[in-house]
Write a protein that binds this ligand. Structure first.
Ligand code: PHE
Length: 343
């Protein structure tokens, strides 16, 4: 038995060395492991052996069978990889490259202009509470913007501190003013971009979710001329070096005095009657602004006798539409790749 097993193992070793192709390996598999393989004849002798020899040779034959199986599969693996040819001239699969969303690009463009003017970017939170979104900003309890028709209130447990009221989706980025002022000391110059939510019905110029950039500065001698200078610089750096500003008196509870700001139309320069952008008006409204109301400074722990501040808030969609000639706000959110890829 011993001689036979040894011979079989040696013979297999030699045969394996000579095997060159996958079909050679297959022939060996049939010869050494197939139905008529010699190892099977050897297995059939085992039951007739003495009790002790049975155990030894049964085990040895099994080990040999496993060795053969393993050696054959290793050999065929080696042959297969050798056969795989790599053609380095073959063109690779084309990768489609994604692009950044135009609203993120524009929002960052706006912020980076203000960064050049010395402002720091700080992001607020989209889930706010009534105190930060309204009360801190001097918006009275009976103000219509607090109505559920104008603000999305969240159906979740209220904040633990009673004065914070209910949780809601912020309806503007102005609560960032309160958050920053509460935590820092003047001088402060911050811009704060982000999403805001209002229950508007959707059309070409309205959406229930849109983007704003808030900006504000607080220091000892801040005045309205600083505000105007910062906004003029912004408009010229962002839109076009020759635009002018027009400030119209307005009202916001959190600023006094307040103004709405228009830029001169950068397409027709305010001269063309049939301008598609400004519809012949010559001006485009871009933001709201004013001097921070002393009550707001006080609510946020800043002494209004010592410090003054200005604040402004602008949408991102509108400047993006003006700058890139987009005529429907819904295009921003439909995520049609053909639209998004253009920017
Ligand atoms: N929060 C105002 C809005 O959403 C914009 C604004 C911000 C106006 C800061 C004045 C000062 O319409």
């Amino acid at each position: 038995m011993e001689i036979k097993v040894k011979k079989l193992e040696e013979e297999f070793g030699k045969d394996l060395l000579i095997a060159q192709t996958p079909s050679d390996v297959e022939a060996l598999r049939i010869k050494y492991l197939g139905r008529k393989a010699e190892i099977n004849q050897l297995f059939s002798i085992v039951p007739s052996l003495s009790k002790e020899a049975k155990g030894v040779w049964g085990k040895n034959l099994n080990i040999l069978k496993n060795k053969i199986t393993f050696a054959l599969s290793e050999k065929s693996r080696g042959l297969n990889t050798k056969e795989e040819k790599i053609d380095l001239t073959y063109p690779s699969a084309r990768l489609t490259r994604g692009s950044r969303h135009i609203l993120n690009v524009v929002s960052e463009e706006i912020c980076s202009v203000f960064e050049k003017l010395g402002f720091t970017v700080v992001e607020g939170t989209e889930i706010e509470d009534e105190w930060h979104n309204f009360s801190a900003l001097n918006i009275p309890l009976d103000h219509p913007s607090r109505d559920a028709f104008d603000t999305f209130y969240l159906d979740i447990p209220q904040p633990q501190e009673k004065h914070r009221g209910k949780f809601l989706l912020r309806s503007h980025t102005s609560p960032s003013q309160a958050r920053v002022m509460k935590l820092s000391k003047p001088p402060i110059a911050v811009v704060s971009p982000g999403r805001v939510y209002r229950p508007d019905s959707v059309d070409a110029s309205h959406s229930f979710m849109f983007h704003q950039v808030e900006g504000f500065a607080v220091d000892e001698n801040i005045n309205f001329a600083h505000l105007k200078g910062v906004l003029l610089n912004f408009a010229r750096l962002f839109f076009s070096p020759d635009v002018n500003l027009r400030l119209r008196p307005h009202f916001f509870p959190f600023t006094e005095p307040s103004a709405e700001v228009d830029i001169s139309c950068f397409i027709c320069k305010g001269k063309q009657e049939k301008c598609s952008l400004c519809k012949g008006k010559g001006w485009l409204e871009i933001l709201g602004c004013g001097m921070i109301h002393p009550e707001v400074l006080k609510n946020c722990g800043i002494d209004p006798k010592k410090y003054k501040g200005f604040a402004f808030g602008m949408g991102v969609e509108r400047p993006a539409m003006l700058k890139y000639g987009i005529n429907d706000i819904r295009l921003f959110y439909e995520n049609d790749v053909k639209f998004l890829e253009q920017f």
